[in-house]
Design a protein around this ligand. Sequence first.
Ligand code: ATP
Ligand code: MG
Length: 233
Amino acid sequence: MLQVKNLAASYGAAPVLRGVSLDVEPGSVTAVIGVNGSGKSTLLRAISGLVPKVAGEVILDGVSVARKKPHEMARLGVAHCLEGRRVFPFMTVLENLEIAGYGSKAPIEEGLHKAFELFPILKQRKKIAAGKLSGGELQMLCVAQTLVKDCRYILIDELTAGVSPLVSQSMGQVVKELSRSGIGILWAEQNAEVALEWSDFCFLLQLGEVVLHGKSEDLMADDLVKREYLGIS
Ligand SMILES: Nc1ncnc2c1ncn2[C@@H]1O[C@H](COP(=O)(O)OP(=O)(O)OP(=O)(O)O)[C@@H](O)[C@H]1O
Ligand SMILES: [Mg+2]
């Protein structure tokens, strides 16, 4: 299990995360929702070591990993799918996947098989330059890049930004499917509706604090969530 306990982080003097605690269980999807600037990306970055922690703990299978650097976290099986769909635009889909899998303990063929099974469209487009993919396909490529790394946990930062409602739904479905293979997923998402629909557990962040958490189906029925995040009065 990946556990976060009382995590605090800041950029310079400004505190951003205040005492965030959550668990990510293997084989499940845990979503983090909240408005712009509530601290979702910072939370993921603090877990993977990209942002220094001011206080708190990150525990992986009972062992503290709070002081690990990003590449060490990746080696321990915690992959971070960063916001902004970073790929090499002039290289093909296949080349981008091969680079992502470089240094992985598992053979690259295994990772590619997993990635193409989950995203058949990427197999069809494997010889195309990544820069020519649609927004949704690019997002798939970013998630697929974590799969070729042989990870046990994936931190996904924004899955549906700028993609159509239909593609958002299918991306949510894929994340759920991915978790069924035993991977634990922590998914920061602005689109509360999609996040709640496809996650098992959900944490609501406001100004860097968890204000509500529980089973996603319960949060979906919560008055505050319905009013403020789902637009249902
Ligand atoms: N590199 C940075 N330097 C200084 N402040 C930052 C930096 N990145 C984020 N912040 C600030 O930290 C707070 C949390 O930002 P963060 O990006 O974690 O929010 P978010 O919930 O991911 O937002 P979004 O939904 O827009 O992605 C915001 O007030 C933001 O302005
Ligand atoms: Mg963000």
